[in-house]
Design a protein around this ligand. Sequence first.
Ligand code: LLP
Length: 439
Amino acid sequence: MPINEKVGMGGPVDLALLPMNSVIGENGDLSIAGVNVLELVEKYGTPLFIYDEDEIRVKLQEAISAFGPNVAYASKAFLCRAMAELVVEEGSRIDVSTGGEMAVAMAGGIDPSKIVFHGNNKSTRELTEAISIGVGTIVVDSFDEIERIKRLASMLLDSSSKLKRVKVLLRVTPGVEAHTHEFVRTGQEDTKFGFSLASGAALKACEIIKESEEMTLSGIHFHIGSQIFLNDGFLAAIEAIGPLVNSVGVKELVIGGGLGVAYVNGEDQLSMKRWADEVKKAVKASGIAGDVEVTAEPGRSIVAHACITVYQVGTIKKLPGIRNYIAVDGGMSDNPRPVLYGSGYEAFLPREANAQRPMKARLVGKHCETGDVLVFEAHLPDDVEVGDFVATPVTGAYGYSMASNYNKVPRPAVVFVSLGQDRLVIRRETTEDLLRLDQ
Ligand code: LLP
C-alpha cells in the first residue's frame, strides 16, 4: 500500500515530508538520491544532516521561474561554501544579513553584484566591506545607516571604483501582523526592523536617499515574517505599500521570505508558484505600475524539506503512567526550534521508514536541561531500541544555521547526496575545534 494512505497518528511518517529523492527499499530502509541512509551514518557518524542536493537545485529553479532571476536565496536558513556554490550554479541572487554570511557567500564564488545585504544594525566595518567589494544591493534599515552609507560611499567610491553609487532597497514596515510565531513576525509597527509606513518615516527615508549623490533607490522591500501559510498578510502588506511604491516611482518590490513549509503529518503548504501568482495578482490589483519587478527572498522553502537529521538512540526511559523518553546524541544544539518556537517535527526509524509508529515518546537530546526536546509528541515503532538510528525530517532550515556548542557538544557533520554519490560539505567538529579559541 502506498504509505501516504496509512498516514495519521501512529501511522508511518508521511513520505511527502521526506526529501524529494527518497526511496524506501523492500526491507523498509531509506535511501536518499540512491544513497542508503544507514550506510551514511556508518560512514560519517551521528548526528548527521543529510541534504538531497538535487532537491535544493529544483527548489532554486522553482523560485527563479516563479519570481525571476533576481530572486535571492535567504542564506540565514542554511549556508556553507557548498550551499553558496549551488546558488552560484543555479543562478539566483543571495541574501546575506551579516558580514559573516557575506564572506561565506563570497567563498562560494558568488558575484558580489548578486549579493543583497540585509541587517538592522550593519556595522561600519560590514558596510565598508560591502561597498568595497561592490555588493549589488544594500537593504537600508535605519536613518543612522543612511548617514553611515553616505559617509562611507563618499570616502570609498571614486572614478576608479566598480560602483559609482550604492544601490539600495528601503525596508518598510507595512504595519501588518502575519499569522506566525511572534518571534518570527516582523511586519507590525512595534519592531526593530525597517521604516514605518504609517508614521511617514518610510517616505522621508525615500526622499533623503533620492536627494543623495551617493545612493540610488532601486526599490521597496518588506518582510512580514517566516513560516507563513496564509497569503492574506502578504496581500495586506502589498495593498498598504502600493501607494508608496507608486509615489516614489521605484521599479523593484521585494516581498521578503516567509513561505511556510509542512513539518508534520497532515500539514499542507502553498507552492512557490501559488505564492508568486497570488502576490503578483495583488500587486496588479493594488494599482502598482505594471513595470515594477516583483521578487522575493525565500530561505526555508528552498532548503527545509531537502534534509533529514539522523541521531542515535542512547537511552530509553519508560516512566509508567507518565511518559517514555527516548534520548539521542544531539538535541537543542543542532535543532533549537522546538524549544525556541515550540515547533513540531516527526520522528521515524530509517531502518523501517514505512513502519507503523504506535509508541508515543518524547524525543530528547543530551543537554543538561528539561527544555532540550527535539519532538514533544513523537510516534515511533514499538521495537525502537538503544543503538537504533532515529531521523527527523524537514530539518534543512534554521537547524544547522542556528546550531551551537552548548555543553561543549561538537556540531554535527553535513553531507550532500546526489545521483548515488555522497560528499561531506561540513565536517563534524572535534575536541580541537572546541578549544580553538581558547588562549
Ligand atoms: N528576508 C528577510 C529579510 C528575512 O529576515 C528572512 C528571515 C527571510 C528573507 C527568509 O525567510 P524564510 O523564507 O526563511 O521564512 N529562525 C526562525 C526563522 C527566522 C527568519 C528570519 N528571517 C525559525 O527557525 O523559524
